[in-house]
Design a protein around this ligand. Structure first.
Ligand SMILES: [Zn+2]
Length: 114
């Protein structure tokens, strides 16, 4: 649909010349008067695949990403030391102890086990 042409034809409907008005109405009907009416009711931006729909999807995706990162962050911040049971912020994903001291203690405990 040529928007510029459609806009011109709609403006032509207000012409004082009846012949021009009828010609414009006929031309609009040929182009697809129902499609034009639908476009007035629901602009392109609200349609699926439109920019607003894309933005809404992007917002949902970003919210999920934030949730995922927050849960990942929580895995690092809400840990308790395996040895002394104190809460600590993990520096790496597989950290189980709060400090070098506790890590060494854990290593020695495991080495002493039969
Ligand atoms: Zn500890």
């Amino acid at each position: 649909m040529d928007r510029t042409k459609v806009a011109k034809l709609i403006r032509l409907l207000s012409s004082p010349n009846d012949g021009e008005v009828i010609a414009a109405a006929r031309a609009l009907s040929r182009i697809g008067i129902h499609e034009i009416a639908e476009h007035v009711e629901q602009p392109e931006t609200d349609k699926p695949g439109g920019r607003a729909a894309f933005a809404a999807l992007e917002l949902v995706r970003l919210n999920l990403e934030v949730e995922r990162l927050e849960s990942q962050l929580a895995q690092f911040t809400n840990r308790r030391c395996f040895v002394c049971d104190r809460p600590f912020v993990a520096g790496r994903a597989d950290a189980v102890t709060c400090s070098a001291r506790c890590r060494t203690r854990l290593y020695r405990q495991r080495a002493a086990e039969p």
